[in-house]
Design a protein around this ligand. Structure first.
Ligand SMILES: C[C@H](CCC(=O)NCCS(=O)(=O)O)[C@H]1CC[C@H]2[C@@H]3[C@H](O)C[C@@H]4C[C@H](O)CC[C@]4(C)[C@H]3C[C@H](O)[C@]12C
Length: 329
């Protein structure tokens, strides 16, 4: 499972948890402005917006899971298994719109669009194809969240076509499709951050028997529908200071509300999904913060500390070993 969220204070933040039972060897990857993208159908782009995000680099190509560009537009791909369906690629002379392979969707969008409005325009003239990157890396069944400081959308390619939804909560998990996830929030209309009031039945006085009963009724299991509700509640009720440290700290608490611990979710015999990493990107500053399952220290990579006019990918391996800060020895 995975969960993505946005958060706004003075700056705009976007990030995700990556929950899975194994890692591909992903790294923090900066794609500078002059790295040449040779898209399968959409031609070459030699000069473009720079990106920073998490990617598995295969044959020199950044296969992004999530990224933001230097203009503050961000995007993340999350599993949508069983619901994602892509188009067959057509010969070039049979289509007038851009064809984009699913593994190219993040770089194709973020290299060219500065805002969600730009992305919407591009999406209106695009076919998303199921073309695989290689035999070893087959098509991933995903859906995507795209956001800037002013708006957020979800893109789902399904059997009945490409759907683009407004996302007023700025959250995405996995299945079911986004409209059903949103609808489920109606079941929690009565949930509050305040102590519960006794409204169960007029004849019965029920007591708030403990402090800290805010959010009573919010689900706590690891299913994607439950994580959607939990993280939406946490994010929409979040209060933090406006400064960078306070905002980043709060962001990790928001996604921490759906953290996946080893042992709680068995996906196949003896294999457990865990939160491999959690990311938080300051989209205005181009800083990618992350933690890993065993390293709770927030680590950061700043895209503007690099030469963004280069044509070579810049990669930082995940620092995945945690350290205990001893106070008495
Ligand atoms: C497995 C990841 C999604 C995690 C997730 O949503 N888990 C939910 C589990 S569950 O269904 O709800 O049980 C996805 C997110 C991004 C994906 C990767 C990116 O799309 C980039 C390439 C795309 C290639 O087609 C396949 C390899 C790949 C490197 C993908 C592997 C894998 O599918 C990733 C890493």
């Amino acid at each position: 499972m995975c969960t993505a969220a946005t958060y706004k204070t003075k700056d705009f933040y976007m990030g995700r948890t990556l929950d899975y039972e194994f890692s591909y060897g992903e790294q923090i990857t900066i794609t500078p402005r002059n790295y040449e993208f040779d898209f399968r159908f959409a031609g070459k782009i030699k000069s473009h917006y720079a990106l920073i995000g998490m990617a598995f680099v295969a044959e020199g190509y950044p296969l992004y899971y999530d990224a933001v560009n230097e203009k503050g537009l961000g995007m993340a791909g999350l599993n949508f298994v069983g619901n994602a369906a892509y188009e067959e690629a057509l010969p070039e002379d049979e289509t007038e719109v851009s064809q984009v392979a699913q593994f190219e969707f993040i770089p194709w969008t973020l290299t060219q669009c500065a805002t969600v409005a730009d992305a919407r325009e591009k999406l209106a003239a695009m076919r998303l194809t199921g073309t695989a990157f290689s035999e070893q890396l087959p098509t991933a069944q995903l859906h995507w969240i795209i956001a800037d400081k002013d708006s957020c959308i979800v893109v789902e390619s399904m059997k009945d076509g490409l759907h683009v939804y407004d996302n007023p909560v700025g959250v995405l998990t996995n299945n079911p499709p986004f409209p059903s996830q949103m609808f489920a929030l109606n079941n929690y209309a009565g949930v509050s951050r305040k102590q519960p009031e006794s409204t169960f039945a007029g004849v019965l006085q029920l007591d708030a028997y403990s402090r800290g009963m805010g959010g009573m009724g919010i689900p706590g299991d690891l299913s994607s529908q439950s994580r959607f509700v939990k993280v939406a509640f946490t994010k929409l009720n979040s209060i933090s200071g406006e400064e960078e440290d306070e905002s980043v700290s709060q962001f990790f608490h928001i996604l921490g509300s759906v953290d996946q611990q080893r042992g709680c979710c068995e996906v196949t015999e003896g294999k457990y999904e865990i939160t491999i990493y959690t990311s938080c990107c300051n989209t205005a500053k181009g800083i990618y913060y992350y933690t890993t399952y065993d390293n709770h220290q927030i680590t950061a990579v700043d895209m503007h500390a690099e030469n963004l006019d280069s044509d070579q990918l810049i990669c930082y391996p995940l620092l995945s070993k945690g350290e205990v800060r001893w106070q008495n020895k």
